[in-house]
Ligand binder design. Structure first.
Ligand SMILES: O=C(O)CCC(=O)C(=O)O
Ligand SMILES: [Fe+2]
Length: 215
């Protein structure tokens, strides 16, 4: 009997998921432990909170930020702000390990010289989702986006320039990094409702770091 007959081949470490868009599987794994220590410090200073959309709905994803530019939403709209509206203090500084991971991942995906000033930290508990949207609050869309997944697995949706374009579903796991820019910088994307589960390091949640150049 061939014990390996029923096994799928492992997915490739690097996969193009759109024009100028690359999934780097397990890419952050070697640095995850250090990353989690750093993240705990950041979220102690700037706690997760569920923000309000301009339309008046509380988001299911809890968010916080580090770096000079923090993404916020409230009844007056989406924008980047230098201060945490919860504390009135500047967002915690962008940790060197996060900045470095983003720079190296971007370069690996073909975007040398990326220097993020914004790190949005999203926390998904089971059921939380992010509907299809474009990231377009940044001043210069010439810079790519680097997105790092931690904790429970999720299904990432990656569509096109138009909201109605076909959407590809991409399974994201702990340690995966997605980089998109150039022709796909303004592609619609989202995250399907998080499934129940318990991750050995993060418990019943997924944390995603979105690194961008905002200012
Ligand atoms: O959580 C993710 O994988 C995507 C996050 C995202 O699209 C965003 O923060 O704008
Ligand atoms: Fe986004």
């Amino acid at each position: 009997m061939d014990l390996l007959a029923g096994l799928e081949p492992p997915p490739p470490a690097r996969e193009e998921i759109g024009p100028g868009a690359v999934l780097l599987r397990g890419w952050a794994l070697p640095r995850v432990e250090d990353l989690l220590v750093t993240l705990a410090q950041v979220t102690a200073a700037a706690p997760f909170r569920r923000m309000m959309t301009p339309g008046g709905f509380e988001m299911s994803v809890a968010m916080t930020n580090c770096g000079p530019a923090g993404w916020v939403t409230d009844r007056s709209g989406y924008r980047y702000a230098s201060q945490d509206p919860l504390t009135g203090l500047p967002w915690p500084p962008l940790p060197e390990i996060v900045r470095d991971l983003a720079r190296v991942a971007a370069a690996e995906a073909g975007y040398a010289g990326f220097d993020p000033d914004a790190c949005l930290i999203n926390q998904y508990e089971p059921g939380a989702r992010l509907t299809l949207h474009q990231d377009r609050d940044e001043r210069d869309k010439g810079h790519p986006i680097v997105s790092l997944s931690l904790g429970l697995p999720a299904t990432f949706q990656f569509g096109g320039l138009k909201r109605t374009d076909p959407v590809r579903r991409v399974a994201l796991a702990h340690g995966d990094v997605v980089v998109w820019g150039g022709p796909s910088r303004l592609f619609h994307h989202g995250v399907l409702p998080l499934k129940d589960g318990v991750h050995p390091l993060l418990g019943a949640r997924r944390i995603n770091l979105t690194l961008r150049r905002a200012f």
